[in-house]
Design a protein around this ligand. Structure first.
Ligand code: 13P
Length: 246
């Protein structure tokens, strides 16, 4: 089964650094049956990165508006993204939820906007350390899923999920692969309440060159959503099993 390796560049790179990284990736990555690769650059660099990648690597957006058009200063809609070759959009990333105060309700609206534009949402869910301490992992994940998906009519091919425990993001303390596999297994059953078919779920949170393969070896883990390690060309390529020397 093809696994998904997605790189969320967050706001780590300036324009030139984004183009340089896209250049390296487009030279080294070939379309293959092992991995579906996508990167999520900053919106400013989106078009130029997309041109450099030249369809060898898919491209996604880190965020979008919940409406398609109109007087929404500073926003970019999923329809606009669809026009410029975007394939995926992250929805409900923990940084959007926790730094920008995005509620489950807003996440639902964005999810619908992405689907309406014909793009594939990558719905991110994850519990906080406090949830974990209070034994509320399943409670939190169930709630995020229910609020995002209840009443939706959607097939598994049209959505990807990312399990990203908040306490593991950017901390250097990843969720152990066996624990992530257990949670993914439980999530896949839970998600069956809402969508048709078997959900694809990526793991994200402190993935690096050393631990990436241990996740990919697990059956319930359909791929990785990599943050910090995805903006270092040699690390990202090593995660993809491509040797690269500068
Ligand atoms: P890190 O890999 O830097 O922990 O970030 C994970 C993430 O948030 C990907 O969306």
């Amino acid at each position: 089964m093809k696994k998904y390796i997605f790189g969320n560049w967050k706001m780590y790179l300036d324009h030139k650094e984004s183009i340089d990284l896209a250049n390296v990736l487009s030279k080294k990555i070939k379309k293959n049956d092992t991995y579906e690769v996508a990167v999520f650059p900053s919106l400013l660099s989106f078009l130029e990165v997309s041109t450099k990648l030249n369809n060898k690597v898919n491209i996604g957006a880190q965020n979008c508006a919940w409406v398609s058009k109109g007087a929404y200063t500073g926003e970019v809609s999923a329809h606009i993204l669809a026009d410029v070759g975007c394939k995926y959009v992250l929805v409900g990333h923990s940084e959007r939820r926790h730094i920008f105060g995005e509620t489950n309700e807003l996440v639902r609206k964005k999810l619908e906007a992405v689907l309406d534009a014909g793009l594939i949402p990558v719905l991110c869910i994850g519990e906080t350390q406090a949830d974990r301490d209070e034994d509320k992992i399943q409670y939190r994940l169930k709630k995020q899923l229910m609020k995002a998906l209840e009443g939706i009519d959607i097939n598994a091919e049209n959505i990807i999920f990312a399990y990203e425990p908040v306490w593991a993001i950017g901390t250097g303390t990843p969720c152990l692969p066996a624990d992530a596999d257990d949670i993914h297994g439980w999530l896949k059953l839970e998600i069956k309440n809402y969508i048709k078919g078997e959900a694809k779920i990526l793991y994200g949170g402190s993935v690096n060159v050393d631990n990436a393969t241990s996740y990919l070896d697990y059956e319930m883990i359909d791929g990785l959503l990599v943050g910090g390690a995805s903006v270092k060309s040699d690390d990202f390529l090593k995660i993809l099993d491509i040797e690269y020397k500068k």
